[in-house]
Design a protein around this ligand. Structure first.
Ligand code: NAD
Length: 283
């Protein structure tokens, strides 16, 4: 498995498995189990997905040694702040049946993120988390965290796919040694991605699928991807992207699909900030 090296030296697989919107706990466990059996070694969950227990059970059932798996979970807005973040971390760890986490992310740039970050820095120094990072942080929020704290986030997980390419933001992150990770690498199927004429033609040329081309395009840019699927054949398909290469011309053509704005979640919209901040989950 190809890996990226984070700013603290920790290695992270460039391809992983995401479990957003798999609310059916048994289906989630089965999907993560299938992914691990197929060879995935990075699993991306979050407290707010309410499936950390299922992920933990699948990891245990798989028999894959703990040190071979890179587990990410995220701190939701309701738990922002120093004390709450520490408590939320312990809850997540317990649900996942783990004694350390590979990557802990602040899920959204709202609420007391500075308190959360101080707690996460401590947990990192205590050896309970191998790397700490953020998600959905625009460059100004990222800079706010960088200048006010000791640890520079190792990762920023943001909406990134062929229609929302994050080219300038990725460069900004690179300048500060923050690894970009894509959520929604398949644009959650939106914008008719799987029927996109350009992607279909490039896929046919390589005898691959549109999903494989969309994922390959991201990893060739050095972006970590965590596609989600509950179907075994797609889990296998999304993993099979290391045996072909997109040409410079393919890469440039795909670059033309960029709309330079988010398709799924607009972090600039106050209504979205309000909606997300009011969203709660149960411990
Ligand atoms: P995605 O882009 O991975 O799309 C998933 C959907 O694409 C599936 O539900 C399925 O309908 C379809 N699909 C998957 N593989 C396919 C294939 N080979 N062929 C055809 N269709 C296929 O969307 P996502 O799940 O939102 O993003 C991936 C992961 O990123 C999530 O599971 C989650 O872990 C993470 N995520 C994080 C945030 C965040 O705020 N940090 C937000 C959304 C998602």
């Amino acid at each position: 498995m190809q890996k990226v090296t984070l700013n603290n030296g920790v290695e992270m697989p460039i391809l992983g498995f995401g479990v957003y919107q798999i609310e059916d706990i048994e289906l989630c466990e089965e999907s993560v189990y299938n992914a691990l059996m197929e060879g995935y070694r990075l699993i991306d969950t979050a407290a707010v997905y309410e499936n950390e227990e299922a992920v933990g059970r699948a990891i245990k059932r798989s028999g894959v040694p703990r040190e071979e798996i890179f587990v990410t979970t995220k701190l939701w807005i309701q738990d922002a702040g120093y004390e709450s973040a520490k408590k939320a971390f312990e809850t997540s760890l317990k649900k996942l049946q783990l004694d350390y986490l590979d990557l802990y992310l602040i899920h959204m740039p709202f609420g007391d993120v500075h308190g959360s970050w101080r707690a996460m820095e401590e947990l990192f120094h205590e050896g309970k988390i191998r790397a700490i990072g953020v998600s959905n942080f625009l460059n100004d929020r990222l800079m706010d965290l960088i200048v006010h704290h000791e640890i520079v986030p190792a990762v920023n997980q943001v909406e990134t796919h062929v229609f929302t390419q994050q080219v300038e933001n990725a460069q900004f992150m690179k300048n500060y040694d923050v690894q970009i990770e894509s959520w929604g690498p398949l644009a959650e199927g939106k914008n008719n991605i799987f029927k996109n004429e350009l992607l279909v033609s490039i896929a046919e040329k390589h005898q691959k699928t549109v999903a494989q081309v969309a994922l390959r395009w991201l990893i060739q840019r050095g972006v970590v991807v965590i596609p989600k699927s509950v179907h075994k054949e797609r889990i296998i398909e999304n993993f099979d992207i290391f045996n072909f290469e997109l040409s410079g011309e393919d890469m440039e053509k795909i670059a033309m699909l960029d709309t330079k704005k988010s398709l799924i979640l607009s972090l600039h919209d106050p209504k979205e900030v309000e909606r997300l901040s009011n969203m709660k989950f149960h411990d």
